[in-house]
Design a protein around this ligand. Structure first.
Ligand code: TXA
Ligand code: MG
Length: 340
């Protein structure tokens, strides 16, 4: 059964189409990296701006090496430790990688996904696959085949690989080598933490420095708003009562801009009731359920708003969440229209 599904997907990719691809993080919308038509279709299907670069998915370290000018020891060590898995490495690209994929940057984001069907799909296609998350630009990422199928107006072929194991997108690490010295930066938080990467590098004796502040050129596509559900999500501090939440929301919603960085804000006239988003107390499980809960609650008939209680004791402050919660909190803050 799956054999046929993957073969059909390969056929579509080879005829310059796009397909839904399961990965362990979220579902991707994949095209061959050497198909301009396929790459353009990704942007069109997602309504994604061209300044937001795509991640290239590979099925072997050799394939990753074929995309870059230089494969430094640090990349080899991180690949051996974390691949296949939720780590994307940003390295200097070579001419194999089209500017459309990288938004004209000199660098390319590469990762080897852990899902067996993704690896099979890439291997059978024979070239790496560019794939952003399979959702409309700015919206909640999909963690099941059904999410992908319901996301776009036009029907899309999706390889059904079940529910995603991690539930949020990969960690993105930028790698720059200057005179044999390695500078690293976390460009997007994800399942793999900076501490895990740090211990791996220490164990292997790789001298390096972390850049704390990353500019917009190095981390494009890091919008203020992203992952947004179909109704507004509001984050409130623990202890706030229902009436207080509604009062503040109704006073502030109408003052929101209509659009932020190309993403339309949903602004109901007046909110009278809302659904509470409840996540597991364990960060891994919370990540796994986050996007499907945002979708499920946002699609309930009559729902006007979702609310999430930010418990400082557990999560830390908005500006500095505790490390284990930081990736989930990053997604929640970007998905939220308001923080009270
Ligand atoms: O887990 C994931 O990474 C998923 C699955 C499908 O692999 N993919 C994913 O793709 O999250 P997407 O398009 O939703 O997010 C890709 C982000 C871009 O928005 C950008 O921030 C960053 O990756 N990125 C890609 N290439 C980059 C580059 N050359 N330099 C800096 N950031 C880059
Ligand atoms: Mg995305």
């Amino acid at each position: 059964m799956t054999r046929n599904t993957v073969d059909k997907a390969v056929e579509i990719l080879n005829s310059h189409g796009v397909v839904g691809m399961p990965t362990e993080t979220v579902y991707g919308l994949a095209a061959r990296i050497d198909s301009l038509q396929g790459l353009n279709l990704i942007f069109r299907t997602k309504q994604r701006p061209f300044f937001d670069p795509l991640i290239v998915h590979v099925c072997s370290i050799e394939q990753a090496q074929s995309l870059v000018l230089q494969w430094p020891p640090v990349a080899q060590i991180l690949a051996e430790r974390f691949w296949p898995g939720p780590l994307t490495m940003v390295l200097t690209k070579n001419t194999q990688v089209n500017d459309l994929i990288t938004s004209g940057l000199m660098t390319v984001g590469i990762r080897m996904p852990k899902h067996p069907l993704a690896l099979e799909l890439i291997e059978k296609t024979g070239v790496p696959l560019a794939a952003p998350s399979a959702n409309r630009f700015g919206h909640t990422s999909p963690t099941s085949a059904a999410h992908v199928q319901s996301e776009f107006a036009t029907p899309l072929f999706v390889v059904d690989g079940g529910v995603c194991e991690a539930g949020i997108e990969s960690t993105i690490v930028g790698i720059e080598i200057e005179k044999d010295f390695c500078h690293l930066a976390i460009l997007r938080l994800g399942v793999i933490s900076q501490s895990e990467i740090e211990s791996c590098l220490q164990e292997n004796g790789i001298s390096h420095k972390w850049k704390q502040k990353v500019d917009r050129i190095q981390a494009p596509g890091q919008m203020k708003h992203h992952y947004m559900p179909s109704v507004p999500l509001v984050i409130y501090q623990n202890g706030m009562g229902k009436n207080q939440i509604l009062k503040e929301v109704n006073a502030r919603l109408s003052h929101l801009p209509d659009e932020v960085e190309g993403i339309k804000m949903v602004k109901p006239d007046r909110v009278e009731h809302f659904e509470i988003l409840q996540l597991s107390k364990e960060p891994g499980e919370a990540a796994r359920m986050l996007y499907s809960e945002l979708r499920r609650l946002g699609e309930k008939p009559g729902v006007q708003m979702l609310a999430f209680e930010w418990d400082k004791e557990i999560f830390g402050s908005y500006l500095q969440p505790v490390e284990s919660w930081a990736p989930v909190m990053d997604r929640l803050i970007k998905a939220a229209s308001l923080r009270l």
